[in-house]
Design a protein around this ligand. Structure first.
Ligand code: SAM
Ligand code: SF4
Length: 335
């Protein structure tokens, strides 16, 4: 591809080409498994420490120079960040970046979609844990499923393919809707990914017995549908995808708990406060915000990226718990 600089390989031979950026730790929803009801607890520190959009764009430029060519904007809720369209435009103008996506709860997407697409946004993943209005309100504490559905249809109308849905499967809450989601993928060109409920963040709602493993979910789907394995749908994730015979979309399974996918991990993560993490589960971070404030040169920033990548562990440590050293929540790291 024109403009791509080099291939970055980590200590374990993995090709690191994808960066997820949490553009804000704020959110317009309060999903029970992700954020406390009162929202961010900022204490006396205020909220002045997040990266500016200019700093963000500069860091993407540096990352592109070491082999990152796919970017996902996440949060918190990325669409509550002011001037996000400008940031997308700035990232799209970096020659080496060939894939820009967001993960969103969909509340604000529909009215913004055309502007986001014109700025350079190519793809979108929606988080949808239930298709029932009252249950949606319950799990998000304040979400409006009508807005989410309008956003889904808008993404299809604008042909932002592949349009993906993330469903965190929670026993006793939405496991009875698995087949409804499969039918959605059958009837529409949508790619539904069933995600194992992980013990991350505040652990407000997580319980071992609420987590279903992908094997159980897949077995349920196979009682009604023949699943045909497909090569990865365009994107960056660790899902294993299957076509549904006769259907339009696909279903995928993301198994962070039951099946280590770390051997194929290609990502690094930039938090809203400008800390670079090489693994969701590893609390070690490289502080890029302070470096930027200290007028670090491009070459110094590049070295900081390289040292973060050198810290990338061979496997995550999710089974030993989120841990006291891991102070950040999912909405701060960007799930
Ligand atoms: N606000 C955006 C959204 O909800 O799509 C982006 C940020 S959210 C933290 C990103 C993803 O992380 C969502 O799909 C959410 O369901 C997922 N997530 C959050 N906590 C999780 C958990 N404990 N287990 C599995 N997925 C989780
Ligand atoms: Fe917000 Fe996304 Fe977390 Fe829900 S999962 S509270 S929408 S950041």
């Amino acid at each position: 591809m024109a403009g791509r600089v080099r291939k970055m390989t980590d200590t374990y031979g993995r090709n690191i080409n994808y960066m997820r950026i949490s553009v804000t730790d704020r959110c317009n929803l309060r999903c029970r498994y992700c954020m406390p009801e009162e929202g961010l607890r900022l204490g006396g520190k205020g909220h002045n420490n997040i990266l500016t959009l200019e700093e963000c764009a500069r860091l993407v430029q540096i990352a592109a120079g070491i082999g990152i060519h796919k970017i996902r904007l996440t949060g918190g809720e990325p669409l509550v960040r002011r001037n996000l369209v400008k940031l997308i435009g700035d990232i799209a103008s970096i020659a080496a970046i060939d894939d820009i996506a967001i993960t969103t709860n969909g509340m604000l997407f529909a009215p913004m979609a055309a502007g986001l697409q014109s700025a350079g946004l190519q793809r979108v993943n929606f988080s949808v844990d239930t298709l029932e209005k009252t249950k949606y309100r319950y799990i998000t504490r304040q979400g409006d499923i009508g807005k989410l559905m309008a956003s889904l249809y808008k993404a299809l109308e604008l042909e932002m393919h592949p349009v993906k849905i993330n469903m965190v499967v929670i026993r006793g809450f939405n496991d009875d809707e698995i087949m409804d989601f499969v039918r959605l993928a059958y009837n529409y060109p949508l790619h539904v990914r069933f995600i194992e409920f992980m013990p991350v963040g505040d652990l407000l709602y997580w319980r071992q017995d609420r987590s279903l493993c992908s094997r159980e979910i897949k077995a349920q789907v196979q009682q009604e549908y023949a699943l045909m394995p497909v090569r990865a749908i365009r994107g960056n994730g660790p899902a294993k995808y299957y076509k549904l015979e006769g259907g339009q979309g696909s279903v995928g399974f993301i198994s962070p708990l039951s099946n280590h996918f770390c051997g194929d991990c290609n990502r690094i993560r930039l938090t809203a406060e400008g800390k670079l993490r090489a693994c969701l589960y590893d609390p070690r971070e490289i502080d890029l915000k302070t470096a930027l404030q200290n007028q670090a040169s491009d070459s110094e920033l590049k070295d900081l990226f390289l040292s973060a990548i050198s810290l990338k562990p061979e496997k995550h440590s999710m089974h030993s718990g989120w841990g006291a050293g891991n102070k950040r929540k999912m909405h701060q790291i960007g799930g």
